[in-house]
Design a protein around this ligand. Structure first.
Ligand SMILES: Cc1ncc(COP(=O)(O)O)c(C=O)c1O
Length: 417
C-alpha cells in the first residue's frame, strides 16, 4: 500500500529514512548527482548477484535473458513506451555516446544545444561534430525562465536548414530546470529536426511519458532519482531511428546461439558481465510505486525543495532562475548565492594555488568547505558567472538537514567565502 502522508508530516516521513542505510556522519543533499539505493534495491541486486556467483551457467544460459526482458518491460511501462524501444546501458553517458556514434552527420550540418547542458554531453557532441565536419551551436536561453513558449522560441530561433539534431536535457544539471521537451520535439518535428533528450534527472522526479514526448532518442540513468543500483541506464530509440543504431561493443548480441532479429537484440549480450544492477531495476520501481507511492514521493520531495528554496533565498543572492512553480522544478532547489568577498579569496587562492579568483574555483572552494567543516554534501555550481547551491531532496532528507545547510552556508558566507 502506498503511503498516505501529508508532505509536512515530518515525524511520519522521518520513519521513511529507515528504508535506506546511509552514513550517519554525512548530511547528504546530493541525490541528483549520485542517488543511494534503498535497502530493498540493494537486497534485490544482491540476490541476482548470488544466483550468478553460485551457478554461472544456469544464470547466464537459462535465467538471464528472461530476467533482462522482464526488467526491460517494467522500465518501459514506467517511462511510457513499448519494451521493444528500449535497451539497457550502463548510464546516460553510454546512451548518449551510442546516439552520437550512430547519428548521421555530414560536413556543414549543425547540432543545436543550449548553455544548460551537461559538460560531458557537450564533449560527446563536440567530438561527433568535429569528426563529421559539422558544427555544434550553443544557444544561451533567456534568463530568468518565464514561459515555456519563450524558452522554446529562443532555442528554435537558432535552428537553420542545416540543423539536423537538437540535444536537450529534460531536467538540466547545472540549473535544475525542467525544460519543455515535448514542445521542443513538436516544433523540431515541424522543421524535420531530430531530438535527443538527456534525461537522467527526469526519471521518477517527473512522470516521463516517452511516447507522448515523441522524441527520436531518450537516454537516462536509473541510479539518480529512481534509486536503482549504480550502473543502470537505458536508451530509448524511436522506431523510425532504430535501424541506424550501431552497438558500441560488438558481441553475440543475445545469449548464443539465439539469432538476432531486432536492433535491441544487439544489446542483450555484450560479453560477459555482471548484469545484476539492471535486473534490480524492477525492485526500484516497485519501491517507489508500491512501498512509497509516486504521488507521495513527488509531493514530499517538491515540498522539501520548495522549503529549501524559500529558506536559502534569504541568504541574499539574486532571484532564482525559475518561478516558484512545480512546472519548472520538482525535487531539486536551485538558489543563487551572494558572491564571495575579497578577504576569503586569498584563503581560497591558498587552497587552489594559481586559480584562486575565478568563479568556478569560488564555487568549488565553498563546496569543499561545506564538506570539510560541516560534512554536508551539496553541489555549489558556477553558471554564467554566478554561484548557486543545488539542493536535492529525496525521502531520506528532512527540514532539519536543510536548516543545517542554511546555517552552515550563512556562517561561511559571513566569513567571506
Ligand atoms: C543532465 C545530465 N546528463 C548526463 C549525466 C551523466 O549521467 P551518468 O554519469 O549517469 O552517465 C548527468 C549526470 O549528472 C546529468 O545530470
Amino acid at each position: 500500500m502506498p503511503l498516505d502522508l501529508a508532505p509536512d508530516d515530518h515525524d511520519a516521513w522521518r520513519a521513511v529514512r529507515a528504508y535506506w542505510s546511509l552514513r550517519p556522519d554525512t548530511t547528504y543533499l546530493n541525490h541528483g548527482s549520485f542517488g543511494p539505493p534503498p535497502l530493498a534495491v540493494r537486497q534485490a541486486r544482491r540476490q541476482w548477484q548470488d544466483q550468478l556467483d553460485e551457478q554461472p551457467m544456469d544464470f547466464f544460459i537459462r535465467r538471464f535473458e528472461p530476467a533482462w526482458h522482464e526488467a526491460r518491460q517494467a522500465l518501459a511501462r514506467f517511462v511510457g513506451t513499448r519494451p521493444e524501444n528500449l535497451v539497457f546501458v550502463d548510464n546516460a553517458t553510454v546512451g548518449m555516446n551510442i546516439v552520437a556514434d550512430s547519428f548521421p552527420l555530414s560536413a556543414g550540418d549543425k547540432v543545436l544545444m543550449n548553455d544548460h547542458e551537461y559538460g560531458a554531453v557537450k564533449r560527446i557532441w563536440q567530438r561527433a561534430c568535429d569528426g563529421a565536419g559539422a558544427s555544434l551551436v550553443t544557444v544561451e536561453l533567456p534568463l530568468p525562465f518565464r514561459t515555456a513558449e519563450e524558452t522554446v522560441d529562443a532555442l528554435l530561433a537558432a535552428a537553420t536548414e542545416r540543423t539536423r539534431l537538437i540535444v536537450v536535457s529534460h531536467i538540466t544539471s547545472p540549473t535544475a530546470v525542467t525544460l519543455p521537451v515535448a514542445e521542443i520535439c513538436r516544433r523540431a518535428r515541424q522543421r524535420g529536426i531530430a531530438v535527443a533528450i538527456d534525461g537522467p534527472h527526469a526519471v521518477a522526479q517527473l512522470p516521463v511519458n516517452t511516447d507522448a514526448i515523441d522524441c527520436d532518442f531518450y537516454t537516462a540513468s536509473c541510479h539518480k532519482w529512481l534509486s536503482a543500483p549504480f550502473g543502470t541506464g537505458y536508451l530509448y530509440v524511436a522506431p523510425r531511428r532504430q535501424a541506424s543504431i550501431r552497438p558500441p561493443v560488438l558481441s553475440w548480441g543475445r545469449v548464443p546461439p539465439t539469432p538476432l532479429t531486432t536492433w535491441a537484440d544487439e544489446f542483450v549480450w555484450s560479453g560477459t558481465c555482471d548484469p545484476s544492477a539492471w535486473l534490480a531495476i524492477p525492485a526500484a520501481i516497485e519501491f517507489l510505486e508500491t512501498t512509497i507511492g509516486l504521488t507521495a514521493f513527488r509531493t514530499r520531495s517538491h515540498w522539501l525543495a520548495q522549503y529549501a528554496r524559500r529558506k536559502l533565498m534569504t541568504l541574499g543572492g539574486q532571484t532564482p532562475l525559475v518561478p516558484d512553480d512545480a512546472a519548472w522544478y520538482t525535487s531539486m532547489a536551485h538558489v543563487p548565492l551572494p558572491p564571495a568577498n575579497g578577504a576569503a579569496l586569498s584563503a581560497q587562492a591558498r587552497e587552489f594555488p594559481g586559480d584562486g579568483t575565478n568563479d568556478a574555483t569560488q564555487a568549488r572552494a565553498l563546496q569543499a568547505a561545506l564538506w570539510r567543516e560541516l560534512q554536508i554534501e551539496v553541489p555549489i555550481i558556477e553558471f554564467r558567472g554566478e554561484r548557486y547551491v543545488r539542493v536535492s531532496c529525496h525521502l531520506y532528507n528532512d527540514t532539519g538537514q536543510i536548516d543545517t545547510l542554511y546555517a552552515g552556508l550563512a556562517d561561511l558566507l559571513r566569513q567571506g567565502w
